[in-house]
Write a protein of this length. Structure first.
Length: 82
């Protein structure tokens, strides 16, 4: 009986260790996710500023459709985020 109890205590300790590791991993993944979300928001804001202010662009860039393509990319990024 004492031997069985010792095995169960070891199993519980192992499960507790795995649970603690899983919690740490989850916290790290959430932190990474939050960082990526923040970077994504910053990139969207920069892209939005670049596409709204046409003074950044040369006539050649405006006529070539480059700005139009950037607007399409911005729209697609926003749709994927929703």
């Amino acid at each position: 009986m004492a031997n069985k109890r010792k095995v169960n205590e070891q199993s519980v300790a192992q499960l507790q260790y795995e649970l603690d590791q899983t919690k740490k991993d989850r916290a790290a993944y959430r932190a990474d996710n939050d960082a990526l979300r923040s970077e994504n928001i910053m990139l969207i804001e920069i892209l939005k500023d670049l596409t709204e202010n046409k003074s950044y662009w040369s006539e050649e860039a405006l006529q070539s459709g480059f700005l139009f393509r950037l607007n399409n990319i911005l729209s697609q990024i926003k749709q994927q985020g929703n």
